[in-house]
Write a protein that binds this ligand. Structure first.
Ligand code: ADP
Length: 307
């Protein structure tokens, strides 16, 4: 195989209680990429459509992640990459992760799959380092594994994939305001109280247990963030109202997607997810901030080949 076209899903990182360790992949939103082998031992971004982003290899996350793979691969050639962005950069639904993960996943396919998924996560994390200054895995892991992922440990890297309950739907609203991941990291405190820690790890455990047992109420009770959301939500106009509306419309829970400004809600069933979307939409209609809304099943397969 010389060339491959792939779908690279958008992802929701943190999922309220799991800052930097939990993530999930979406089905209805994602980029497309075409990756092809070439003779020269380098990575070139030959096309980039849909967003105004740098095409230089070292300034594009797909280039940086691809170079990390190339360095470890037993392969004398290189790759050309075409990126068709549908996920807006800086939206908080893993725009950079989709490109980093998509590039290395496609390259691994073209090379006959010499690398395990966990290796691909490590390469893709180099792209995240370029985008935000931190090599976090909570977006690239669900993009690569599909479903929900838990980064149990960063050193050594240990990632657990968890299946999604079948009726679980995500609603994501993206108010078009700019928040840089690097900026929204800077405002966080580096120390937390034991009291907050106890509440937070109780919820992380509860969420994981709820996912394994298909207990939607337990999932809902666990979608609480005592540590990051109280600080970061200040950067998102209308956040408290969006959350109150989503919960009133029947969502299991609602929180900041990644570093924002997107806000996500999880619901049982598509019908509720649609009601939640309408309730969230009304807030930004009233404030007058333009926005996108996505309703999506959880994507259990991750990145996939397109015909
Ligand atoms: P998101 O949370 O949506 O991934 P980030 O702020 O983490 O947004 O990443 C966007 C940053 O990464 C921007 O500064 C953008 O210029 C940079 N970037 C570089 N290459 C890409 C790419 N291929 N896709 C998206 N963002 C990229």
């Amino acid at each position: 195989m010389e060339e491959i076209r792939v779908f690279c899903p958008a992802t929701i990182a943190n999922i309220s209680c799991g800052f930097d360790v939990l993530g999930l992949a979406l089905d209805a939103v994602g980029d497309e990429m075409v990756v092809r082998k070439c003779k020269e031992n380098t990575i070139k971004i030959t096309k980039l459509e849909g967003q105004d982003l740098p095409k230089q290899t070292l300034q594009n996350v797909a280039g940086v992640a691809g170079l990390a793979l190339l360095e470890k691969a037993d392969y004398k050639g290189g790759f050309e990459i075409e990126i068709y962005k549908k996920i807006k950069a800086g939206s908080g639904i893993g725009s950079s992760a989709a490109s980093s993960a998509g590039a290395v996943w496609a390259m691994n396919q073209l090379l006959g799959k010499p690398f395990a998924t966990i290796d691909l996560v490590k390469f893709a994390m180099e792209g995240e380092r370029l985008a935000s200054g931190v090599a976090h895995a909570d977006n690239v892991a669900p993009a690569l594994f599909g479903g929900f992922t838990l980064v149990r440990s960063y050193s050594p890297l240990d990632i657990i994939r968890i299946d999604a309950p079948t009726a679980l739907f995500a609603t994501v609203i993206h108010p078009q305001i700019e928040i840089k991941t690097s900026d929204s990291r800077k405002i966080l405190k580096t120390k937390i109280s034991l009291e907050d820690g106890i509440k937070q790890w109780g919820n992380v455990g509860g969420l994981i247990a709820g996912l394994y047992t298909n207990d939607y109420d337990l999932i809902g009770r666990s979608l609480i963030d005592h540590i990051v959301e109280p600080i970061r939500s200040i950067l998102i106009p209308g956040f408290d109202e969006v959350k109150a509306n989503a919960n009133a419309a029947g969502a299991l829970g609602c929180g900041i997607s990644g570093s924002g400004p997107s806000i996500f809600a999880l619901s049982k069933g598509k019908e509720t997810a649609e009601k939640v979307a309408i309730s969230m939409d009304s807030v930004y209609q009233n404030i007058g901030i333009s926005h996108d809304i996505h309703i999506s099943k959880i994507n259990v397969e991750g990145i996939k080949i397109l015909a």
